[in-house]
Design a protein around this ligand. Structure first.
Ligand code: DGY
Length: 315
């Protein structure tokens, strides 16, 4: 058996994998070139990967022995899932273990944008806070009592809603399939967009959801409303969002972008009406360890022909 790992992993994990299979591991922090990935995986039984390494239909076409792709992520938009199914390759991912960390960060963005945390920090560091307390300095908006619209009511959306109940928020939600969750009003997408003070995205990126928040959807949002995205950048038409923030009509808290890393030349970097984070929704030491452990458990189960603890489509 052979396992290809597409990113640097700790020695202890290498030892564990080597007990089950021949290991070929990409050791550089620079992404693995496609030609190397194709070359290494032609005779591989399994790939351990993460969201920075696309597993395209081209890779799958050459990997005739491949049985399992285990990704250290809940999102699988970097994998051509259709092609994997066609080639009989199963996919393991890491749902559940990152729910709380991602929900926590979503609240951090809501509070950070509403209370202008990054602007306050920048003001002090630049030396521009020169005359003490002022009645109108950095006035923001309250999360307490806000109407929050959740697009996507899976585990992360529900964990965000649970946190918001502590802030006395009215939580409304839309999900592809209707879900009844206590304390959350289910509404259609247009009502959500036009009613919420804060719209927060918790939906997977698929061919159906790419660009689902476009110019028209953003235009439906209330003046002064806030868009929070801890899911995937490509859900949103970023250029349209930039135009809305630039005009001062909308604000945003973003952890994800259409292009990552976000280029410094992006207009988002110049706009004070948004808080930007570098895709760190699941970035706590405990959660990253749990993701890695689950991905390894998926990998070993797949190699041994057992049911995966978290197989895509089975949860
Ligand atoms: C995921 O797992 O899909 C997140 O975006 C990164 O942790």
């Amino acid at each position: 058996m052979k396992v290809v790992v597409t990113f640097p992993i700790p020695d202890v994990a290498k030892k564990m994998i080597s007990k089950h299979a021949v290991l070929q591991c990409w050791e550089s922090e620079e992404g693995m070139p496609l030609s190397v990935l194709i070359d290494w995986t032609t005779d591989a039984d399994a790939i351990l990967t993460t969201l920075t390494c696309p597993i395209s239909s081209e890779v799958l076409m050459h990997a005739s022995q491949l049985k399992i792709i285990s990704t250290v992520s809940v999102g699988v938009d970097h994998i051509d899932v259709g092609a994997a199914v066609e080639h009989g390759v199963i996919i393991g991912h890491t749902p559940g273990v990152l729910t709380d960390s991602t929900a926590d960060l979503t609240l951090a963005l809501m509070l950070g944008v509403g209370r202008r945390v990054a602007e306050g920090d920048a003001l002090i560091r630049s030396g521009a806070w020169s005359d003490g307390w002022k009645p109108n300095l950095l006035l923001g908006t309250d999360l307490t009592g806000a109407t929050v619209g959740l697009i996507g009511l899976g585990p992360i959306g529900q964990a965000v809603a649970a946190r918001l109940s502590g802030f006395g928020c009215r939580v409304i939600a839309w999900n592809r399939t209707v879900r009844s969750v206590q304390g959350i009003e289910f509404v259609d997408c247009d009502t959500l967009l036009s009613t919420a003070d804060i719209v927060s995205l918790h939906i997977a990126l698929t061919p159906e959801t790419v660009g689902m928040i476009g110019q028209q959807e953003l235009a439906m949002m209330q003046d002064g409303a806030m868009l929070i995205n801890t899911a995937r950048g490509a859900l949103v038409d970023e250029a349209a969002l930039v135009a809305e923030i630039k005009s001062g009509r909308l604000r945003a808290g973003l952890d994800v972008y259409t292009e990552e890393p976000l280029p410094l030349a992006s207009e988002l970097c110049e706009l004070p009406g948004c808080v930007l984070l570098p895709h760190v929704g699941s970035a706590t030491a405990r959660t990253r360890r749990a993701m890695f452990e689950l991905a390894l458990a998926n990998l070993f189960a797949g190699l041994q022909g057992r049911d995966l603890p978290a197989r895509l489509g089975a949860n």
